[in-house]
Design a protein around this ligand. Structure first.
Ligand SMILES: Nc1ncnc2c1ncn2[C@@H]1O[C@H](COP(=O)(O)OP(=O)(O)OP(=O)(O)O)[C@@H](O)[C@H]1O
Length: 352
């Protein structure tokens, strides 16, 4: 049995999710102690419980400690089973974080896994559904990972009620080295902002989605417009879709991405739509200017997959505590050692 100190490093929900996912992959029983000890509201919360319950269901695992506020979890997987699963997280618990808890195990299932999940699609402190689809899953494809998500309805805080279907196929992972992609930044020698090879490629455009539900149509339009004008000022072209809907919950948000660098922001009562758009655009510009291959969030998310795939690396502008913690947890399960090198103002993270 592997014992994991849940208060290590960042000591958040992600540490528990990665430990459970890698327990499912390796078949090792785990005990996680001191869960979220340093958080203001320690122990397991509703959204963590739903993710862990789902992992337990897919692995036919024996579990104990699955209750609100629990600081200790025991998880003993039996076998990862494919098939169809219907999950209702309730309220606006993050759908993407639930998936984070099971996705590393899904390449190793014998049959495909199909999930229908209800919950939050665009909620704070988690990847938005568009980020998962267009940044995380596109990056994982490079390892040979086979997964797709389809958004049916957005779910915003606090009512949630969003709906997503996700399909994961068994697959064999292989290593990949993420390197900086040159962009469509307009420069003197490249006045139309073309890609390096002189072609405008989808990969190199800043793309985005600005959305709202039960709010006036000018809200997502203004979010998109302010992001677009900030990009223009910074010398980048952007194509941002605008959508206005009437879903179960009310809210707005925007997700922008280019290659493996993304940024997002959510609307809030009293927060002008222009600020929302600018906030997301600023995040992307910061990442692009740093010249790293992946953004700081994708960096922590890639860690378990890199260890499973082997022979992989990326560069990132900052190594967050989330990333360092994920490296530590991953090394507890797999016979790998990550290397971190500082190079030209960036961090290069690699695994053999
Ligand atoms: N804006 C964002 N874009 C993309 N990914 C994000 C964003 N914000 C957070 N994430 C990702 O969401 C995950 C959050 O992990 P974290 O441990 O904080 O989760 P948590 O369950 O909310 O835990 P806790 O409640 O203990 O903080 C990380 O993988 C992080 O990279």
């Amino acid at each position: 049995m592997i014992e994991i100190d849940g208060s290590y490093g960042e000591g958040g929900g992600q540490l528990v999710r990665t430990a459970v996912a890698l327990s499912a992959v390796t078949g090792e029983e785990i005990k996680v102690t001191n869960i979220r000890e340093n958080r203001p509201n320690p122990g397991l919360k509703q959204q963590h419980l739903k993710a862990l319950e789902t992992a337990a269901k897919i692995c036919g695992a024996r579990v104990s400690g699955l209750s609100q506020g629990s600081s200790e979890l025991f998880f003993a997987p039996v076998e990862i089973k494919g098939g169809k699963y219907n999950i209702d997280i309730g309220t606006a618990g993050s759908i993407t974080l639930l998936l984070q808890c099971i996705m590393p195990a899904l390449p190793f299932v014998e049959e495909k896994v199909e999930l229908t999940i209800r919950g939050g699609t665009d909620v704070a402190w988690s990847p938005t559904i568009d980020y998962l689809k267009h940044v995380t899953l596109r990056a994982l494809e490079q390892f040979g990972y086979a997964g797709s998500v389809t958004l049916k309805e957005r779910g915003y805080y606090p009512r949630g009620g969003g709906s997503v279907s996700a399909v994961f196929e068994p697959c064999k992972l292989h290593g990949f080295h993420f390197r900086k992609t040159e962009g469509n930044k307009k420069t003197e020698s490249n006045p139309v902002g073309e890609g390096l090879k002189g072609e405008k490629s989808m990969m190199e455009e800043i793309i985005g989605v600005s959305h709202a539900s039960n709010l006036p149509a000018h809200v997502p339009a203004r979010q998109a417009e302010s992001a677009r004008s900030l990009f223009l000022e910074a010398g980048y072209d952007a194509r941002i879709d605008v959508s206005s809907s009437e879903f179960f919950s009310t809210g707005s948000g925007i997700t922008l991405w280019k290659g493996y660098c993304g940024g997002s922001a959510l609307g809030k009562k009293g927060l002008p739509a222009e600020k929302v758009g600018r906030q997301a655009a600023e995040e992307v510009i910061k990442e692009l200017r740093a010249g790293a291959a992946v953004d700081i969030h994708l960096a922590d998310q890639l860690i378990p997959y890199m260890a499973l795939a082997g022979n992989s690396s990326f560069t990132v502008r900052e190594l967050t505590l989330h990333a360092a913690t994920n490296i530590w947890v991953t090394e507890q399960f797999l016979d790998v050692k990550f290397k971190i090198k500082e190079k030209e103002g960036l961090f290069e993270v690699s695994v053999g």
